[in-house]
Design a protein around this ligand. Structure first.
Ligand code: DGY
Length: 321
């Protein structure tokens, strides 16, 4: 009997041919509706491999549902949705999709920064709503980007790629990270800062931090209060690193100027969430790596990792070595 591979989202058939040639493959029926938990639990009972999305909770219950599970290939660089310790204990390999999404996610992060600074979404909504009465000197005036200071929290590969873009805009670069990045310091003149120094000095505070026990709720009311009044907060990493109520208060009370958010505490964020009512919030639905090319490459990397594990080879991008 061929090993059974379950994919928790409908993906284009042509992106998974390498798997369908070798294994029995089944996908969830919908592209944009997540597979319900009970379906994942049922499929995990017989699966040798799961290809999962960042929105699927892969916990002990899923990992222990069956006897055959050998690999969970997560379609994301982040893997905070997976209980890594439980997987490792059971000898289940977990893989992710680093590197292939670095530049695409950096493009999106920098777009969000630019859009937030220059009020692009607000301006587009304004003109479509027929509000444009005529040119005026301060109509939709935003903030400059060139020459300002960017503070990047989470200087992984995506952080460095954002820093390279910032350098092109003549920005000063501060960063905070678990470890110091000497190459980035040389190449980009990036300056390592304490978290407190960074949030106090940066005009753009950009969070690309992964979600861990240390980063959960890192951006609190106290942190927003330390930022400059004209600071713009960008989060393209993970939502739970910020206290959304505190962010709302800081934006509403003019403690900071604006926010650009690709990620939220709870996804999808509800349409009537107070943050979405603020004109100085640019919100987009977790599309960091969402270019067609990159998503296709990510899917193929998941497929290659599954194939490697099920045929006895080493996967390319294993998380729990
Ligand atoms: C990831 O891969 O972790 C990103 O959040 C996807 O956009």
């Amino acid at each position: 009997m061929k090993p059974y591979v379950y994919i928790t989202r409908k993906l284009p058939e042509e992106t998974i041919v390498d798997l369908t040639e070798l294994f029995e493959v089944k996908m969830w029926d919908h592209e944009d509706i997540p597979a319900p938990r009970e379906v994942i639990l049922k499929e995990a009972q017989k699966a040798s491999a799961l290809i999962t999305m960042l929105s699927d909770k892969v916990d002990e219950e899923v990992l222990s549902a069956g006897e055959s599970l050998k690999v969970v290939a997560n379609l994301a660089v982040g893997f905070d949705n997976i209980d890594l310790e439980a997987a490792t204990k059971r000898g289940i390999i977990v893989t992710n999709t680093p590197d292939v999404l670095t530049e695409t996610t950096a493009d999106l992060t920098f777009s969000l920064l630019m859009a937030s600074a220059r009020r692009i979404v607000e301006a587009a909504e304004y003109i479509k709503a027929g509000k444009w009465g005529g040119w005026s000197p301060y109509l939709l005036a935003g903030h400059d980007v060139f020459g300002k200071t960017i503070g990047i929290v989470g200087m992984g590969k995506i952080g460095e790629a954002v820093a390279r873009r910032a350098k092109g805009f003549g920005m000063e670069i501060l960063y905070h990270n678990r470890s110091q990045k000497h190459e980035a310091e040389k190449e980009l003149c990036a300056v390592y800062s304490s978290f407190e120094d960074l949030v106090t000095k940066a005009d753009f505070v950009v969070s690309l931090a992964p979600l861990t026990e240390e980063t959960r709720n890192l951006f609190t009311a106290d942190v927003f209060a330390k930022m400059k009044k004209n600071a713009i907060f960008i989060n393209a990493g993970r939502g739970p690193v910020m206290d959304e109520q505190a962010l709302y208060d800081a934006l509403k009370n003019g403690e900071i100027a604006a926010a650009g958010l690709d990620v939220f505490e709870k996804e999808p964020i509800s349409a009537d969430h107070p943050l979405l009512e603020l004109p100085n919030v640019t919100a987009i639905p977790h599309i960091g790596s969402a270019s067609t090319e990159t998503r296709t490459t990510m899917i193929k990397l998941c497929g290659a990792n599954v194939k490697a594990v099920l045929t006895g080879d080493s996967p390319k991008t294993i998380v729990n070595k």
